[in-house]
Design a protein around this ligand. Structure first.
Ligand code: DLL
Length: 443
């Protein structure tokens, strides 16, 4: 472990650290961020009202829209003189959400990512291939600083230029790799196309996140590359990658860096806490950040937490793999379904490649799902390229049946030519909303 005294602290020790830091954070925002001072005044509270961790419930929530309304720097709690880095997240529409870091913030974040890389199986002596995008996005530079702080030799390749990535993987033989799960699959597929078996690359562990991914994608990556794949979670508003990570030993839930983040799980409708083990929206309060401390940030991410002990010996609470975002949930004819649930079913069907897109269409007044999938090259060869082959009819029936059974949705299936579903170089685009497309009028 990188910070063993923290990672194995008793509950009492951890809560003591959290309370001290929570009080400091509340003081900091009250005195330095006019937005929070206003919010506290509206609720009739002052920092003196926070005397226990349970008192966090008295504090206001923060949402993405608050960052947007104060674009770009309005929620910063320090003068620009103390800010040494700016990042942002692109979001789906409008201007990016901007976040800032002081020198101490960068040190804290880098230390946390060094901790995360070690938890995922990394060592100081590693060569670390970093295929997260470098830029405003927190993935590339975040992991870079973490690996460097650990003392590993980072290859700052960023996302894209897949053939060059493969040359470097072959020549440098890194022990660790990081990137979005969808991009790692793109690399593996390209290797296969080039006649290279991805399993011969010698990589031992991978750190994948920044987008929802299912156990089935994990299996696909682990099978193809013969590595162990760990899930890493984070978001720029709160820091970036490293809020939580799975350990190499158990790969079962992501250990939260509780000494820097206090987490709650709430019901997104009632805003009341939900019990351990139950799904709800993750809410995070930063405990140590200086430039952009954030109070009860509603992440929109759906997960659950467990306090059960992990076999790796860490005592920090763990969160389940993120199921999706509240705003990504599809409502099809009254049925709620997350794209990740569709993915889970799809990828269990033998003969389908781990590349898919969910198209949302409107037929009359009704929403419909059209699933665009690709066959594995093996199945394509077996059926001699004949998409009317009985095996394809069976596969199609199976997909429809499994999705109806597991997710209660009816879908139609479009089998695309191999390679025609766009391959991701960063975060994959899984859902294409075509419901507002204008119908072509044929005369
Ligand atoms: O994606 C930070 C990051 C970089 C995390 C590299 C992990 C690795 P944003 O661009 O601000 O930051 O996007 C944050 O991505 O609220 C989740 O919805 C989603 N997300 C991040 N990690 C995971 C994950 C980075 N492991 C948003 N599983 C978050 C599912 C994830 N979703």
């Amino acid at each position: 472990m990188y910070h063993p005294e923290i990672e194995t602290a008793s509950r009492g020790e951890m809560e003591k650290i959290q309370l001290t830091r929570l009080k400091e954070t509340v003081e900091r925002v009250y005195n330095n961020t006019p937005f929070y001072k206003e919010q506290f005044d509206l609720l009739g509270i002052t920092p003196a009202d926070i005397q226990s961790l349970a008192d966090i419930k008295k504090l206001p929530f923060t949402k993405k829209v608050n960052l947007r309304e104060h674009y770009p720097f309005g929620l910063f709690a320090v003068p620009m003189d103390e800010v040494v880095r700016i990042h942002g997240s692109s979001g789906t529409s409008g201007k990016p959400t901007i976040v800032g870091y002081t020198k101490n913030d960068i040190e804290m974040w880098s230390g946390l990512l060094a901790r995360a890389i070690v938890a995922a199986g990394g060592r100081k002596s590693d060569i670390f291939h970093n295929a997260y995008g470098y830029g405003l996005f927190t993935g590339g530079i975040g992991l870079h600083y973490g690996a460097e702080t650990l003392g590993a030799a980072v290859v700052p390749i960023s996302g894209g230029n897949t053939e060059r990535q493969i040359t470097l993987l072959e020549d440098f033989k890194p022990r660790g790799i990081a990137g979005t799960p969808s991009y790692i699959l793109t690399i593996a597929e390209k290797m296969e196309e080039m006649g290279i078996d991805p399993a011969t690359n010698g990589i031992e562990y991978g750190i994948f996140g920044a987008e929802p991914w299912s156990e089935e994608i994990r299996h696909a990556i682990e099978d193809k590359l013969k590595i162990r794949a760990m899930d890493i979670y984070g978001l720029s508003e709160v820091m970036g990658p490293g809020v939580s990570i799975e350990c190499y030993e158990a790969q079962n839930g992501l250990h939260i860096a509780e000494d820097h983040f206090f987490v709650e799980i709430i019901d997104p409708e009632t805003l009341e806490p939900v019990a351990a083990g139950k799904d709800g929206e993750l809410v995070i309060t930063s405990l140590t950040k200086e430039a952009l401390p954030i109070i009860r940030y509603r992440t929109g991410d759906i997960t659950s937490i467990t306090r059960e002990k992990c076999k790796c010996g860490r005592t920090t609470i763990r969160m389940a793999r993120v199921k999706g975002r509240t705003d990504d949930m599809l409502i099809i004819r009254g049925v709620n379904v997350f794209p990740s649930e569709i993915e889970r079913e799809l990828l269990q069907v033998e003969g389908l490649a781990p590349h898919y897109q969910i198209h949302l269409l409107k037929k009359g007044n009704m929403d419909e799902i059209e699933l665009h999938v690709e066959l594995t090259p093996k199945l394509y060869k077996d059926i001699g390229g004949n998409l009317n082959h009985p095996q394809i009819q069976m596969l199609s029936r199976k997909v429809k049946h499994d999705l109806k059974n597991a997710c209660l949705v009816s879908v139609s299936l479009v089998i695309e030519n191999i390679g025609s579903i766009p391959r991701s170089e960063g975060k994959a685009v899984r859902v294409i909303d075509r419901r507002n497309e204008r119908k072509e009028v044929t005369q």
